[in-house]
Ligand binder design. Sequence first.
Ligand code: ATP
Ligand code: MG
Length: 355
Amino acid sequence: MKNYGEEIVHMGNPFTLTFGKKPSEYIIRRVDIEEIEKTFLEDPARSQSYLIRGVRGSGKTVLMTAIAKEISENPDWICVDLNSSQNLIDDLSYRLLDACERTTGIIDRGMDISVAGFGIGFGSKSDRDSVSRCEEILNMLKKKKKKLLVTIDEVCNDQSMKQLASQFQIWIRKDYQIFLLMTGLYENIYAIQNDPQLTFLLRSPKITLGPLGLSQIARQYERALNVSGDIAMQLAKETKGYAFAFQALGMIYYDNEKSLSIEKQLDIMDEYLDEYVYQKIWSGLSEQDRNVVMQLSDSKAVKVKDICEVTGMTSATFSKYRERLLNKGIITASQHGYIELVLPRFRKICEYYNM
Ligand SMILES: Nc1ncnc2c1ncn2[C@@H]1O[C@H](COP(=O)(O)OP(=O)(O)OP(=O)(O)O)[C@@H](O)[C@H]1O
Ligand SMILES: [Mg+2]
């Protein structure tokens, strides 16, 4: 153990367990960023909405924030981030005005903004007023040839999202340059499936976040932890590229260096995985999903035929669960007829939940 006080270790450690914030040890997802930016930046845009899916802790919020930051550096764009726990259209009208006021040249000098309904008593206005306030600003943006990116972290199937979704479609029909970038957990997005007001979400292009590259992780560990290439790669493999595990193991190794064996450090990682993410992931799985997970292995791909045999599922039934676990980002099907766990040490940790 390094001979540092608690606080110093914590302060000096470049790794973090904090969700939703760009970490200092950051691995850029260049391919995903380019794919999403290309969709929005092409003229005409290929789509005006995009959905980032992925299991908890895979880095959805960090990716969304990175894209918003890049796009906002372009002077032709205005970006606003909505908080999905509020009324989204009200929230949009506030944040839109705020963003425009902060950007010079959008709101013409002398324009009486209260005309747009931003006067006193703003908070008590009805939804309809929020819509017209937004449209007023969208018109200004159109005149100035500015595009608007709206980000929403963790969309869900509630009334406020439905309102925003239908309004968004009207705005697209009216030819406003408004773009929507969202993140969501599969289970929340799946719930949207049968809702006609939200089908546009399902038609939006989407990516499911995969693991970070092992060689990038190893390079980062080598530098940040000051270890040999071999050890760095050994640690990288233990994370399986899972973003949260990359931070967790980096943090543990940084604090404990050589005083603990790698096995002991992995035991500590298990505690973090359990507490911060796996319990939540497990509680979102159905009984059959869990049965499938319990047939999988942390170290190798498993034959689909064997899983069907043990669980007594027909291959048609199995393919339903397979599809869902794939979409949730819990398994991959890298070779035909096999599936494999994406998350590191997931099977081992789930063993406790299954007892
Ligand atoms: N590109 C990255 N490079 C390094 N670390 C990352 C990267 N993306 C995410 N992380 C780390 O992974 C963890 C989870 O990231 P993030 O909060 O973005 O996940 P999430 O998918 O939004 O999770 P949730 O579904 O719970 O909101 C954080 O500790 C973050 O620091
Ligand atoms: Mg998140």
